[in-house]
Design a protein around this ligand. Structure first.
Ligand SMILES: [Zn+2]
Length: 267
């Protein structure tokens, strides 16, 4: 019997079984949220599922050598930065290794795309040499944005009947989720992006053709930043200052369920 092929190195090999969210990161997220049960949203199924999706098509070498280095980095970034939930308007210094962060985000999206058989699977598969650290130039066709969300009061009419009366309920950005965002600006255009939420920190990945001109890339970055408050991260700038005023956590939570970000240019 022929051995199955690893999704990363494309070689026939014995394959491992891994969680979509690395166990080392997941335990940190659980501890930070003091969770007792897990709940992962599958847009395809339109319902909550009780357990985390698993990946079964990665060989031990890819998993333990290259990809675990990326997981180690995101855990380090979580401990230093992502664990904190800033208040609205708080100034935040975001110090990061641009390529390790972007490669990890793309890896997570690629894994999620295989679990869900997503329409952008091909675009993520093309990024494999970058994810594996074999090509840095390929990464230039993907823009990475950071948006910070803040605790937000849930409107009274959106609370369930058994919510405490006369007591504002604040929704904190504690979720972790990987999904899509359809960014549409009337009069400008539309684009499907990947969104990775890690508590207050939302990372957006915008994909372009490798041959796309700087004018198109810059124009998109200007519009996306203008409408979302997201900051374009650049490899040359590992320490950025930003403000926690991108989106209210409740608004973002509701938006992530509908996968829509629509902006009207007339407003
Ligand atoms: Zn492999």
């Amino acid at each position: 019997m022929t051995k199955p092929v690893c999704a990363y190195c494309k070689l026939p090999n014995a394959l491992t079984r891994e969680h979509l969210w690395p166990a080392s990161l997941h335990s940190r997220l659980s501890a930070a949220n003091k969770q007792t049960s897990n709940s992962f949203w599958l847009a395809r199924l339109q319902r909550e599922i009780p357990s985390e999706p698993k990946i079964r098509d990665v060989c031990a070498h890819c998993n333990n050598v290259v990809l675990s280095e990326l997981d180690a980095y995101i855990c380090q970034l979580f401990d230093s930065t992502l664990v904190h939930i800033p208040n609205r308007h708080e100034r935040v210094t975001f110090e990061h290794d641009y390529h390790l962060l972007k490669r990890w985000l793309l890896k997570l999206c690629f894994n999620s795309a295989r679990v869900h058989n997503s329409r952008d699977l091909y675009a993520l598969d093309v990024m494999l040499p970058y994810i594996m650290g074999e090509s840095s130039t390929l990464g230039k066709s993907v823009q990475l944005f950071l948006q910070l969300s803040y605790p937000e009061e849930v409107p009274e009419e959106e609370l369930s009947a058994n919510a405490p009366a006369d007591c504002p309920v604040f929704f904190k950005p504690t979720m972790n989720r990987v999904g899509h965002i359809f960014f549409r600006v009337h009069g400008v255009g539309e684009k499907l992006l990947r969104a990775v939420h890690l508590r207050s920190f939302t990372f957006y990945l915008a994909f372009f053709k490798p041959s796309e001109s700087c004018v198109v890339l810059n124009d998109f970055a200007d519009h996306f930043s203008h409408y979302t408050g997201a900051l374009l991260l650049r490899p040359s700038n590992p320490i950025v200052e930003t403000q926690c005023n991108g989106a209210g956590a409740w608004t973002l939570f509701k938006g992530s369920r509908s996968n829509q970000l629509i902006f009207d240019d007339d407003i």
